[in-house]
Design a protein around this ligand. Structure first.
Ligand SMILES: NC(=O)c1ccc[n+]([C@@H]2O[C@H](COP(=O)([O-])OP(=O)(O)OC[C@H]3O[C@@H](n4cnc5c(N)ncnc54)[C@H](OP(=O)(O)O)[C@@H]3O)[C@@H](O)[C@H]2O)c1
Length: 339
């Protein structure tokens, strides 16, 4: 009997917040690879904030998801059939594939990954795109120097948790914000942050950042937008750098319904601050550098990584919505099958 492939389909585009109704599950026969193709059994899916942007029908640095087709994202899987000379059956790969149990690929953009000391799923997190983003933003964009003062928002997440630990390994003063007391405790007790704050419960965001970074901020790594971003701006030091990585607080909003902001941009003028947005894949050399360094630090116990794992393809939409709501603790992935 032919094996079946379950897929998560984009049923409709969200208006505002993503809802379970935007997704559908369907089942098709597993396809046979043709000449030049390989078939991958997907084992781990990455759940990433940028995917929210791809649900909209707008031109961006990646094309929108197509209605009626499977969503696409970072996947780690195993080659189960290959008619492509570059990939052999049994090898593990990571790359952009469908939210489905099996994906056909022509091999383009797929990387081979080793089941080694680091768990395979880490190739979607600390050793994959989120880890690379942390390194690119801090080193390439923020030009972080040893001993400087760093602040990061969404600090316990896939990117933020790596940002803070890279900076700690460079002897920096590191502080960050997160959305629960449990996450805040994790930052200081487990990851070695010097200070952390719960942005949902502090009354005065500017004062809270000042308390966490008493000398001010040399490099601010922004993942969120909103009041924390403004608070960081007001605490920037002379010639500080802001690496504008993400603004997840705005991803589900109608852009022209948002209040104007952030307030206080004049601070950038008087203190000669540079603010720069970036897309991780525009820095391939730094990405490769990070994969080697991150793997070494993991082996040496110099960096830790936490994951939230949802089980089964059918749980992927809820995991995605939960991540946008902050229910993830560390990198959100979905496990589809046993390795
Ligand atoms: N520029 C690039 O190339 C690039 C690449 C990768 C990621 N990014 C960006 O980096 C950021 C972090 O991504 P990630 O993969 O590491 O995600 P993540 O931090 O693991 O998960 C998202 C987190 O955002 C926080 N959040 C959600 N809504 C928020 C709000 N309104 N205010 C404050 N915090 C909110 C939640 O944590 P709390 O519980 O702390 O609220 C949630 O857990 C995102 O903005 C993403 O788009 C950019």
């Amino acid at each position: 009997m032919q094996e079946l492939n379950q897929r998560v389909i984009l049923k409709s585009r969200p208006e505002g917040w993503v809802t379970p109704d935007n997704f559908d599950l369907d089942t098709t026969p597993v396809a046979e690879p043709e000449d030049g193709q390989l078939l991958v059994r997907n084992v781990y899916l990455s759940v990433d904030p940028y995917m929210r942007g791809r649900m909209n029908d707008v031109k961006s640095y990646v094309p929108p998801f197509e209605l009626g087709k499977p969503l696409q994202g970072g996947v780690v899987g195993q080659v189960v059939a290959s008619r492509n000379d570059a990939f052999a059956e049994g090898e593990w790969v990571s790359g952009m594939l469908g939210w489905e149990n099996f994906s056909l690929s022509d091999g383009e953009g797929l990387q081979k990954v080793q089941a080694g000391p680091a768990p395979l799923s880490y190739h979607l997190g600390i050793l994959g795109m989120p880890g690379m983003t942390a390194y690119v933003g801090l080193i390439g964009v923020g030009e972080l120097q040893k001993g400087e003062n760093v602040f990061v928002t969404a600090a316990s997440g896939a990117v933020g948790s790596v940002v803070g630990q890279i900076a700690k390994n460079m002897d920096c003063h590191v502080a960050g914000s997160a959305g629960s007391d449990e996450k805040v405790a994790f930052l200081t007790a487990e990851l070695g942050f010097d200070a952390a704050l719960n942005y949902k419960t502090v009354e005065d965001h500017v004062a809270a950042v000042r308390g966490a970074c008493p000398k001010g901020i040399d490099v601010h790594f922004e993942n969120v937008g909103g009041p924390m971003f403004e608070a960081a701006i007001f605490n920037m030091r002379e010639r500080g750098r802001i690496a504008l990585c993400g603004m997840i607080a705005d991803y589900n909003a109608e852009v022209w319904a948002l209040p104007p902001g952030p307030r206080g941009l004049f601070v950038l003028i008087g203190r000669s601050i540079r603010m720069q947005g970036f897309i991780v894949f525009n820095y391939p050399k730094l990405c490769a550098e990070w994969v080697a360094l991150g793997a070494r630090w993991l082996e040496e116990g110099k960096i830790k990584y936490r994951e939230t794992v949802a089980e089964g393809l059918e749980s992927a939409p809820a995991a995605f919505i939960g991540m946008l709501e902050g229910k993830n603790f560390g990198k959100q992935i979905v496990r589809l099958a046993d390795e």
